[in-house]
Design a protein around this ligand. Structure first.
Ligand SMILES: C[S@@+](CC[C@H](N)C(=O)[O-])C[C@H]1O[C@@H](n2cnc3c(N)ncnc32)[C@H](O)[C@@H]1O
Length: 224
């Protein structure tokens, strides 16, 4: 599915979030803390989080990992256009079995990806394993909307009815964008995701909501 939508992914993201996805990644990078060494962006897609991490410090080198080669090809083209190829390395791999040694990365990010893995606890444990002691993680993801019922109903209706139509119209792929609402509805609410992060080994876990409560940025630290 991600191979099919790769070429339209950035455009659709911008339309569906009104451009706010850029700001949310900047916020997440700030919350993770500036990077001075190796950083990892899990399920990097077309690489936007990896570029933000690389820009956060002149000392940073970023690895962007994704399981879909088409996404990595686009990320690489963006890196060439932005003259950032020296600062980022693209790795083909699975978030649930990260192809890295323990204790490697000072900062780990992930954007709009956790809904897509089949084993979320294992993915979080893998992130904790490859983080350095004291390393930080920042996870940006759509979150099931909490709050008044009417508010929840409005967003559920937007995701169920508007998103697939936009996907059909702008990406020619209704199915891929019909998957989005069901993946959000099945994803753990923000408090439950924070618990899963603690169970995976992170401490000082907290989160901030963005986009009128439709998006959460969770952060945590691997114990020293
Ligand atoms: C919605 S896109 C998000 C891309 C990017 N992180 C962003 O912030 O826009 C989800 C990405 O997760 C990747 N993905 C899905 N399952 C994965 C897995 N098990 N391991 C690594 N990447 C995965 C997809 O290929 C896709 O690029």
């Amino acid at each position: 599915m991600f191979a099919r939508i790769a070429r339209r992914y950035d455009f659709l993201n911008t339309v569906m979030t009104g451009g706010a996805h850029h700001r949310w990644r900047h916020d997440a990078v700030k919350m993770a803390r500036p990077v001075e060494g190796l950083a990892l962006d899990v399920a990097t897609g077309t690489g936007d989080f990896a570029f933000d991490l690389a820009r956060s410090s002149s000392e940073a080198h970023v690895v962007g990992l994704d399981v879909v080669p088409e996404m990595l090809t686009l990320a690489n083209l963006k890196a060439l256009r932005r003259r950032m190829s020296q600062r980022v390395t693209w790795v083909h791999g699975d978030a649930q079995a990260l192809p890295f040694a323990d204790d490697m990365f000072q900062v780990i990010t992930s954007g709009f990806a956790l809904r897509n893995v089949s084993d979320l606890p294992r993915t979080l444990s893998e992130m904790c394993r490859v983080a350095t002691p004291g390393g930080r993680v920042a996870l940006l993801e759509i979150t099931p909307v909490q709050g008044p019922r009417l508010f929840q109903a409005f967003f559920r209706s937007y995701f169920r009815h508007v998103t697939p139509r936009l996907g059909a119209l702008l990406a020619g792929d209704r199915e891929a964008y019909a998957y989005l609402p069901s993946s959000v509805e099945q994803f753990p609410p923000a408090d439950a995701l924070a618990e899963l992060m603690r169970a995976a080994g992170f401490q000082d876990v907290s989160y901030k909501l963005r986009g009128m409560g439709t998006v959460a940025i969770h952060t945590g630290t691997k114990p020293s």
